[in-house]
Design a protein around this ligand. Structure first.
Ligand code: SAM
Length: 377
């Protein structure tokens, strides 16, 4: 081994050894409300993670799906929601990062009580109030809401989270182009806006959504009734609309993902965008249901643990009882990961990427890939 390699291997070993001690110190500092100390320890842990190369565990997934996404395309789509790129040692950034970390630490106990069990009734209560026509328009406006600190690889930005949302939609469009499903289900479809835009992009595909709240579904149905895809949704689409009337064919169901009202193998692709994050308390049931109705692939834009190694992100996810699965958990639910994004823009406080996984049947201890339209891809 050359000298540089052995030095870096030694550094990684040391970093791995000291991480558990730092995590324990952080726990004690938080318990004692020693905010400044906690903040320094968090920084040290992030440095250790970088040294170990663990800042993003998703990089270990074999990439079997060629999505042909050029970084310039993502940059283009993301660009319209960016106020400014942030250089290192930016005072405003450091201030916001510190505020965020303090907010997460301060609110953690309150969140723990509020989201005590993260159960379905609690989530329904929150979203029945949240989904309003105004919220729909704000959510799908390129520049709305507060500016967020956003990280993308080693780059940092102040921007609107709509930029992240448009990147998700674009990547989902590429996934659909690659897999060519005939029947697609969104789980936790909110106000239906992703589905309406996707239908206008892929008029030959049958799109369906299932959503917990009546408020979300009512708004979805109002948009669907519009003779033409509303201009705001067309403008939000990262690709030019193909058929501005195809949104009228989307089907919306109200119900819980833990009890899907569909026949087995009804969908070639099941996807979710920041919805499984709300279903941690019922994760096993939901994955069981998705596995039953899915005959092909799943695509999940969710905060897998692999993208949330930093202490602040882990703390936020744990205290809000958000999705805590790792990509490596998917085979347990009958899914073989075939793609995981390595680098997508995310809020500083919360890492989200996409995992595509193929449904595999598990019979008497053996795994068989199911027959797919695109088998072998
Ligand atoms: C953050 S929103 C995302 C909505 C949509 N996917 C989007 O990208 O705009 C999460 C959605 O998941 C829904 N949800 C949460 N738990 C659910 C469950 N058990 N079954 C169905 N939907 C659920 C919520 O009601 C909410 O509409």
């Amino acid at each position: 081994m050359d000298d540089r390699l052995s030095k870096s291997a030694g550094k990684q070993e040391t970093a791995k050894k000291i991480r558990p001690t730092l995590v324990e110190l952080l726990r004690v500092a938080r318990l004692g409300n020693l905010d400044e100390t906690a903040e320094h320890i968090e920084k040290a842990i992030s440095e250790v993670d970088r040294a170990v190369g663990d800042a993003n565990n998703a990089s270990g997934v074999a990439q079997k799906l060629n999505l042909e996404i050029r970084p310039e395309q993502l940059q283009d789509i993301f660009g319209s929601a960016i106020q400014r790129a942030v250089p290192s040692n930016d005072v405003e950034w450091d201030k916001r990062a510190k505020q965020l970390s303090t907010k997460v630490n301060k609110k953690a106990q309150w969140w723990r009580k509020l989201f005590r069990s993260g159960d379905v009734d609690r989530v329904r209560d929150v979203y029945e109030k949240k989904w309003t026509p105004e919220a729909a328009l704000a959510r799908f406006t390129k520049q709305a809401g507060d500016l967020d600190p956003i990280v993308w690889g080693d780059k940092r930005y102040f921007g609107y989270s709509s930029g992240i949302k448009r990147v998700h939609l674009f990547v989902l469009m590429r996934i659909i182009e690659t897999l060519r499903p005939a029947r697609v289900l969104e789980v936790g479809s909110g106000m239906g806006l992703n589905l309406l835009i996707l239908a206008a992009q892929f008029p030959d595909i049958k799109f369906t959504g299932i959503e917990l709240t009546s408020a979300g579904n009512e708004i979805a149905q109002t948009f669907r009734a519009s003779p033409k895809l509303p201009d705001q949704l067309a403008a939000f689409s990262p690709l030019p609309i193909v058929d501005d009337q195809a949104h009228r064919a989307v089907s919306f169901f109200q119900g819980s993902a833990a009890q899907l009202p569909f026949e087995k193998n009804s969908f070639d692709l099941v996807y979710s965008i920041l919805a499984l994050e709300q279903m941690e308390a019922i994760r096993d049931e939901v994955f069981g249901q998705i596995a039953a109705v899915c005959s092909g692939h799943v695509a999940m834009f969710e905060p897998f643990g692999d993208w949330n190694m930093s202490p602040m992100r882990q703390h936020l996810i744990a205290s809000r009882k958000f999705f805590a699965a790792k990509i490596a958990d998917l085979p347990r639910y009958g899914f073989e990961p075939v793609f995981a994004s390595e680098d997508m823009p995310s809020k500083l406080s919360f890492g989200v990427g996409v995992v595509v996984a193929r449904r595999v049947l598990q019979t008497s201890g053996e795994k068989h890939a199911m027959t797919l339209v695109d088998a072998g891809r």
